[in-house]
Design a protein around this ligand. Sequence first.
Ligand code: ADP
Length: 470
Amino acid sequence: MTGSGDPNRPVENEIPFETELIERLDWLIRLRWLAVLGTGAALVLAYLLYPGGLRLGPLSAVTTVIILYNIQFLFYARTLKQSHGGAGRLRSATQFACVQIILDLLALAALIHFSGGVENPMAVFFVFHTIIASILLPQRVSFLMATLAALLFAAVGILEYTGFLSHYHLPILGETELYLNTPYMLMVVGVLALSLWLVAYMTSSISVRLRERDREIAQSHQATLAKSRELEAVNERLRRIDAERTRFMTLVTHELRAPINTIHTCVELALAGRASPQTVQDILERVKKRTIELSELISDLLRLARAREEASQDEALALVQSEDVLHSVVQLMKTEADNKDLFLSVDIDPGLAPVRANADRLKLVWTNLLSNAIKYTEPGGIVAVALKQTPEHLVGTVRDTGIGIPPEDQRRIFEEFYRAENARTVSPVGTGVGLSIVQRIIENWGGQILVESELGLGSKFTIVLPRAGV
Ligand code: ADP
């Protein structure tokens, strides 16, 4: 079984049968040493009890041959263990097992021949080899081995019976001529052959079933491993979401506290009653400004929360003509651009394909990008909007000749509340949330937002959205 051996061994890429076979090959080599010891002891005993009764010369020669080939097997088994797994290794292990069993059968036939032939009850040892073959080898091969064993035994019996091979008496039986007794010889050979086939059938049926069960267990083990890896990935994602949520909550609290602190200080100053009516007026103006900023921040946070929620649920999308949305946004922003003395150019390709989106959200995207371009471009500059299509995407760009974004900030401007230093100087008012909302929305729709910018020269924001139906 696969379970034998080291329990910590990875089982993922192993064929259970292969592991089993390789382990059993070692076991077979060890068994052979035992058999050699047993044979040696039997020879010594026979020598002591019946000196000169057994053909010790050929029997020792066969035993020596067994010792020699077992040493070879020992080395080959080591090489096989170190080789890489896979079908090739399984084939080599099967061939190796076949060679071992065939040599053993030949050796056993020789031992039996030199020690009484069909009269020797050691013939039952053929059964052991048949069992071993049925455990280690495919069913078909184990039947072949049983047949080979039966044929070898029959050959010894028939060749001795017909006189082609000499017969060597077993000293314990004296000079009996049982091997020449036709019914006895045929019966012994027949019964052994039948027993070998029956043993091969029974053992290999059980071992085939066990191998199948082993394979099923290995498969279900692999399925469990895959599931647990999946669960680990989900767990990791949840951990990351949790960490991000905590970070976000900390940022929000921090951003909300600053204006509230200012408002609180202003109100306390006004309530102290020591300020002149003009100062109170100024204080109230500051409070008003901070309140407006606070309300803008809260609106942005709500939009961001919605974009995050839409990312986790499946947002209902419709087919949207993005040029219509862009036209309406440009209409709204035009006054703002004119007020700042900016040149606003619009370039929209005709016959654009629709995108799967939400018109209100898309409006928010264009508004954010355009208002940023206007906000961060000095009077007299240019803001250029374009909308094109490729075979698979709709590509929108908002380009400006404004302050640009320092290279080290370009990656971070999509983080919530992040504002580059130069932007803070040009426009102290801003939440730093707009681009994170835009990015969330675009990514929810399977799109992408990119930024290219050069400090002092301008910026270009590109949104890429998949065309509907492509
Ligand atoms: P806000 O504009 O409120 O600061 P945004 O999330 O829209 O927040 O933008 C984040 C930051 O990205 C800005 O603070 C600014 O540093 C940078 N930025 C965005 N658009 C531009 C642009 N067109 N030109 C220069 N900097 C920009």
